[in-house]
Design a protein around this ligand. Structure first.
Ligand code: SF4
Length: 167
């Protein structure tokens, strides 16, 4: 069966980021996977009803998406508004779509409080970052989906082509 890949909408060129921008990932594998019908695109935050543009949000107090799932951390906008509920809904929507479409893999943009998988920002809105996952990435990983960041696309190519072990 053709392995499907859940992809961050902003990586696919959709203008869905908090600032109204996109961050298209240009790579031959993206074109190939698109032609093969492997890509399932979602912006988790928009799926939870968050608008574009929207205030930037970070996981508070240097915590990570795993902590948010465990009820031990919150997500806040730079306005101070608690958006933890929206971020949890976003993660659940992404997981539901991955399950409906048989995605075993996800390719998500790093650094986002939803989609980050290698690092996230620390909640001070100062640009400081630390190793950790966003809420959506953490929920997908918890449920057995292999998550790769945009910086790891070569590793995902090797995995899909059977040249790399599962992570
Ligand atoms: S939630 Fe994910 S897909 Fe949506 S804008 Fe943020 S990083 Fe991109």
């Amino acid at each position: 069966m053709t392995a499907k890949i859940l992809v961050s909408a902003c990586l696919m060129g959709h203008s869905v980021r908090y600032d109204g921008a996109s961050k298209p990932l240009i790579h031959p594998a993206i074109d190939r996977w698109r032609e093969e019908g492997r890509l399932v695109t979602i912006c988790p935050e928009m799926s939870a009803g968050m608008p574009v543009p929207r205030p930037p949000a970070e996981i508070a107090s240097g915590m990570s998406g795993v902590d948010v799932l465990n009820g031990e951390a919150i997500v806040v906008e730079n306005t101070g508004r608690d958006v933890t509920g929206e971020f949890l809904d976003a993660a659940e929507n992404a997981l539901a779509l991955a399950r409906e479409t048989d995605c075993r893999f996800a390719l998500l943009i790093d650094g986002s409080p939803s989609c980050g998988s290698g690092f996230v920002y620390d909640g001070t809105f100062s640009g400081a970052r630390h190793a950790g996952q966003g809420v959506t990435a953490a929920l997908l990983i918890k449920n057995g989906i292999e998550v790769y960041s945009d910086r790891e696309i070569e590793a995902l190519v090797a995995r899909i082509d059977g040249r790399r072990e599962p992570r």
